[in-house]
Design a protein around this ligand. Structure first.
Ligand code: ZN
Length: 248
């Protein structure tokens, strides 16, 4: 699926140093802009209240024709202190470059980009309400029609595995099958999209659904919509595109 066969290491030479900028322009220039967008999305995650501190991470697939990989937030650096230069390029083989180490969760970002051609951005947060459900290994059922915003009749919760491991990554890919979001047991949530804006908006939507589900659970397990009703909503979303809240 991903274009392979490029000489390994070619991207390391000058891609992100700016020396190629100017000829064709767009690829390198767009990745410079993309680095800034990754930082802005990480800051927005906390500003939206769906993440606290530096626990989450954000990535975007490189737009450069010279780099088959993605750009991810570095490990151990507060978002307020992160600059575009701190964002870490990682190849689809998992090779990082630059002055910083990538987020310890780089592996599931890598595996998502390798297996999902429709995904150009990944937002991972420890959003309080989504994580509350995830601590009970509960996904979000079709208690509200907007659950379909994640692409299916429910939002699954991936089984627990230690952060940063291949086991967690494998669980994530399974939970994201046919979906654009999932919860991670005893951990947090992931939202993906065609752009950083879409992934962030979906993460906010999932956290909102998680909060409403949590509130509904206070009264008792809420009834869920039938598969037939959810399929109607999924069909509408497919026909008319993403709901406006996700697209804006
Ligand atoms: Zn995490």
């Amino acid at each position: 699926m991903s274009p392979k066969g490029r000489p390994e290491g070619e991207h390391r030479s000058a891609k992100h140093e700016g020396s190629h900028v100017g000829v064709g322009g767009p690829p390198e220039t767009s990745d410079e802009a993309l680095r800034a967008s990754v930082v802005a999305t990480a800051l927005a995650m906390n500003a939206h209240g769906i993440n606290r501190g530096k626990s989450g991470n954000v990535s975007a697939r490189s737009r450069s024709e010279r780099f088959d990989g993605f750009l991810v937030t570095p490990t151990g650096l507060a978002y307020e202190k992160t600059t575009p230069a701190d964002i870490v390029p990682v190849t689809l083989e998992g090779q990082p470059s630059g002055s910083r180490l990538p987020s310890s969760e780089w592996r599931f970002h890598r595996d998502i980009y390798r297996s999902r051609a429709d995904v150009n951005a990944v937002v991972h947060t420890h959003a309080p309400f989504a994580t509350t459900l995830a601590c009970h290994s509960r996904g979000i059922p079709a208690f509200h029609y907007m659950v379909a915003v994640a692409g299916g009749r429910d939002i699954r919760c991936a089984p627990y595995a230690t952060f940063g491991t291949q086991a967690l990554s494998d669980h994530v890919l399974a939970a994201l099958d046919g979906r654009r979001a999932c919860l991670l047991a005893h951990h947090g949530m992931i939202a993906v999209g065609g752009s950083l804006t879409q992934a962030l908006a979906l993460a906010v939507e999932v956290e909102t659904l998680a909060e409403i589900y949590w509130r509904a659970l206070a009264i008792g397990e809420p009834p869920v919509l039938t598969d037939a009703e959810m399929d109607i909503v999924l069909e509408k979303f497919a026909t008319y595109g993403q709901p406006r809240r996700v697209e804006e």
